[in-house]
Structures are given as C-alpha cells and as structure tokens.
Ligand binder design. Sequence first.
Ligand code: IFM
Length: 450
Amino acid sequence: MAQEKGKITFPADFLWGTATSSYQIEGGALSDGRGECIWTRFSHTPGKTKNGDTGDVACDHYQRYRQDVALMRDIGVQAYRYSISWPRILPQGTGALNEAGLDFYDRLTDELLHNDIQPYVTLYHWDLPQALEDQGGWANPAIVDWFAHYADVVSQRLGDRVTAWMTLNEPWCSAMLGYLLGIHAPGMRDPRRAYLAAHYLLRAHGAAVPLLRRNSPQSRLGIALNLIPQYPASDKPEDVRTARYFDGFFNRWYLDPVFKGVYPEDMLADGMISAALQGVDVSTIRQAAAPIDFLGINYYTHNTIAYDPENPQQPRQVRPAGARFTEMGWEINGQEMANTLLRVQREYAPKAMYITENGAAFADVAANGGMVEDPQRVDFLKEYLTATHAALRGGAALKGYFVWSLMDNFEWGEGYSKRFGLVYVDYPTQQRTLKRSAHFYREVIRASGF
Ligand code: IFM
C-alpha cells in the first residue's frame, strides 16, 4: 500500500461502494402487495417526522431502479449495499409470501450483476412489518424465529447471487431510538422494551447466520453496527465513568455479544439495565456470537460528554471550540474514525471489516446548469478516506468503504430535510443530478486513491 507524498493509494482489491436502504428510497409504499411497516405507521402519525414527510414515494426507486443502477455504473462503484423490505416479502411478517416483492429484488440483483456491481444485502434496515409490531415487535421473543424465517426465505431466493449479507443495520438504533427514546418507529419510551429489543435483535442476528450460510455458501456474512466513540470532557472521575458507561451503551453492548457471546459485565451491573432485563436469561446472548466473516461499521461521529448530576442518564454534550459539524449537528473528525477502527481490531479482532456507511448531510443546492457543488462533502470524504487509509496502515483488516448515501433520501425523523447523497434528488420531478462529490468519488475509484 503506497503513500507517495500528497497521494493516498489503496490496495488494488479495496472495494468501493455506496449504500441505501429500502424504506429510505423505494417508495411504492403499498405497491404490489407490500404490507405496512412501522415507518409507514409512524411517519403517518402527525408530529413524528419533520414536515410530516413519509417514505410513501421517497426516491421512487421501486420504479426507477434501473436508472439508479445506471448512475452507480456511471460513478464506477464496485458494490452496492441495499436492504430488503421485510413487508414486501412477507406482508404480515410471517405466513403468506408476496412473490411480487421477491421478484423486485430478483430484478434489482440481476441488474446490478449485469452492470458488474456486487450485491451487498442488508436484511433488516428498520422497516419492520407493522403486523409484527402489533404483536410486540422486537420486544417479543418470538421475533427470533420470525426473523430467521424471513432470512431463510430471502436467502433461498437470492443466495446464489449475493456477494455479502448483513443481518441487521445498526441494532442500537432499532432498539434505543425506537423503543427507548421514541424518536424512531415504533416511537416508544420504555427501557424494558428497549433492552428486550436489543436482546432479541442480537439473538435474531445469530439465528439467521447459519441459515444464510446454508442457503448462500459462497457469500460472506456480517452485521452493520453504528459505532460512536465517547470521550470524557475532562479527567474528572465522574466524566470518565460517564464516557465508559456510554461507550457500553452505544458500542460494547453490541460488539461484546457479536464477538464474545456475552454482555459487558459493567453494563449488566447497571440498575436500569438489570431491571429492564429482569427475568431474561442473559446467557442466551451467546446465540449472537455465530461466526461471521466481517464486521460492517457505520461511522459518522464521536461524542465528548460530561456527567450531568441533574440528569445522569443524559450526559451533557460538550462542543469543543473550533469543532466542525455537519447539517445533522454531528462533529467532523476523521482521526476518530481511524482510532475506532484500530480499537475494534485490537479488542475484537474481526477477520475483516468494511466501512458499510460513512457520509455527511449538507445543505446542497441545485444550481441551474446541472452541477451541484458540495465542497464540504468532498472535504469530508477526503478527510475520512485519509482516516481509512491510516487505519489500514495501522493494521485494521479493512476491505472496503461504502459512502452513505448513493442519493438523497428520506432521513427518518428528519424527513427530506437532510441530504446525504452523492446524487442530488429533486423530489417533485425525481430528477437525479450527480453532485461534485460523485465526480470526486468516481476519480477516487478510478485511481484507487486521491
Ligand atoms: O440514514 C441513516 C441510515 O439509515 C442509517 N445510518 C445513518 C444514516 C444517516 O443518519
């Protein structure tokens, strides 16, 4: 791996991709037999998303997938990470199969292969069938089998063509944003349900792995975790303790089960968590440690936090002087991503890692004349690709990088107000325009660096 002065070169087999998810881009909310999902219900509930935005139409990718694959080909991406909508396949979550849904992913997968783009498929990126939520959703232990069945059905159909499978996207978000903080579907604020959800998400991941292995023996298997390092704002013991606790909350609660089959002891000893998990045999979490081939890391930001005696569960976020932020209010610092990748390598020794998401929202504006200038995103990508390269040189088993996102899309509670894409989407006309960052990324891929 060369590094001439001023130039960064990645290994020739380093994989370059982009990522999206079903609910965020597909639209076709109830087309061709798709069932309702928790985000359909949540986004149609007044006050839950910015401007009442929903994913009913989104980027209309369900109709326009061919055009979107052509865009990827134009940028030169080698792999595409997309997710399957569970309620398109099983509208009630279990039971009757919707062939039209499977056919859609068949066509999309074939279209990718036809364009030399490797399919990287996520099974669950947050669009749980509402029918399952009505039975308790992720907090119901039966979901381990429901998810395994869904994984089995999808991998029987696509398993001969998929390069890599990820069981779950960011289980922390599903459990904690959805069931503890109430800002994502299904919008609950219930610690017990949140920790049950995290438990059954992790077990469902473990239950799906052997089925994927059986149905898709040539594919590589993994999970995508969002990791957010937590730094103490000072060396005061209470700040250091707070940072350690929130590292457990965001990171170790998922990494330890997946790699070691156990929960972190210090977190299990926490009063709120032990109360939430009362009556649960926590040793069953060993199911989460089914052997995988790679860890997907979704990396966006880090937190600097201080203990808040008024509200110990909610640390005070410290914004260091001179810090830079994206439109999401997330602090930009590529070096922290390199540190995180190296920490994961040191502490968990994954066989391989991919950055399955990294990117930034900025207030992009489409100018007349067809170019969208997004210099901040280009700078962001340079900084984080430099960090990726530094982590590789430091010994991280990194095999690829996926930009979040291929195109602007439905940013959950933020609706369409935040743009993460390499491609600008004009929602009223559905016109797509490559941003400057897409041109930059094309050059990175072509030169294996910049
Ligand atoms: O848009 C999301 C994606 O669905 C999951 N990871 C973070 C992205 C940006 O918030």
